[in-house]
Design a protein around this ligand. Sequence first.
Ligand SMILES: NC(=O)c1ccc[n+]([C@@H]2O[C@H](COP(=O)([O-])OP(=O)(O)OC[C@H]3O[C@@H](n4cnc5c(N)ncnc54)[C@H](O)[C@@H]3O)[C@@H](O)[C@H]2O)c1
Length: 380
Amino acid sequence: MGQTDPRPLRVCVVGCGGVSGSHLAAYQEHPLARLVSCVDLRPEVAQRAAGRYGAGRWETSWEEAVARDDVDVVDVCLPHDLHAPVSIGAARAGKHVFVEKPIANTLDEADAMIAAAREAGVQLMVDQTKRFEPRHQKIKELIEAGVIGRPIVAKSAYPQDITYSWEHMEPGRKRTYWKHDGVIGGIAIHTLDMLRWLLGDVESVSAIAGTSRLLGESRRTEDSGIVLLRFRNGAIAESTVSYVLRDPRMAANWGLMPLQLFGEDGSVQMDLEDRIRVFSYKSARPLLEGSAAEPGGAALTAGLPPLYGTVEVQLQPPSGAGAQPPRGFAGAIDALLRAIAEGRPVPVPGEEGRRSLELVLAAYRSVETGQSVPLPLGGA
Ligand SMILES: NC(=O)c1ccc[n+]([C@@H]2O[C@H](COP(=O)([O-])OP(=O)(O)OC[C@H]3O[C@@H](n4cnc5c(N)ncnc54)[C@H](O)[C@@H]3O)[C@@H](O)[C@H]2O)c1
């Protein structure tokens, strides 16, 4: 923590459904946070969360909760249509805001959130969780170190199977759950944000989407999508996402996000098991030192001077390894709390979340029109 304000930041979490558990656990553990309130429209849900994670109180009205004097940070874990009103209400009440992805449903909403935070002099951070995963941070480090050189083409995917969970969900929950979460806004936001984070600004977006029969008629949104990006630096990329891929690995783990990046000097490829293979004609030795040599690598590179290696990102630390740095949701929350406590800008401000939302909205526009959509988007 170093030279930080010793008083913990007092946190109010609004929305105590599916994603909130990871947020609440991270605040409960964090020395810079004190959980003061859990808020949910469903009183039993708010009460259960407050009891489990040691919040001082539970309540059902977000309007009252965000206005209270003993709150410094409001964490918004709500359906997408509530991101803007609750974030704006919290900012106007002088509270820092951490909002789940996507920042909002429209660019106008995102602009209003950014303006409200700026006017109130508070910080607004969007939870682009994948930027805080060690495997993706390692890939960014490799790209920035130049191991692939100028990027040419990238492939990303977010494959999930939510059908088992859908089939076993209690009927009351089914009525609201997932309905706000079409697959492009729901999870392509992660791959699109990741590609933009790694490769830079996007020039145009094309997309197609499909709706399967697997999630029942009450589901009105697309559940599979393919988004194509053209970057300003000339690179192109593809992102395939789905909620309905019939593969038990994808039902058991909703965090799989394979990624392949090819450039003029090499490639970085992460498979479904999170193993990262690096192939570079430029020196990547310092980055690969200590990593496992790939059997067969020598044969593949015979006659060439490149490096070929596998980077092991420590997913399960060995027993006795001691405390590990926070990652994913906990990593994002750690970065948020430290930035606020130390008076630094948060790492994923509203403007960044807005840029990734713009890719999502351009993709939906392309799905509707069948056309490639140039950026920036007008009127969304
Ligand atoms: N970053 C990630 O990887 C990730 C993962 C999952 C979900 N999410 C995002 O988190 C957000 C929430 O998703 P979820 O899966 O937890 O949804 P959810 O439906 O499980 O939970 C939402 C909760 O909000 C409550 N709620 C609804 N209206 C309310 C109101 N007016 N006042 C107070 N509470 C209200 C509901 O009762 C519910 O408990 C979404 O933006 C989603 O996209 C992000």
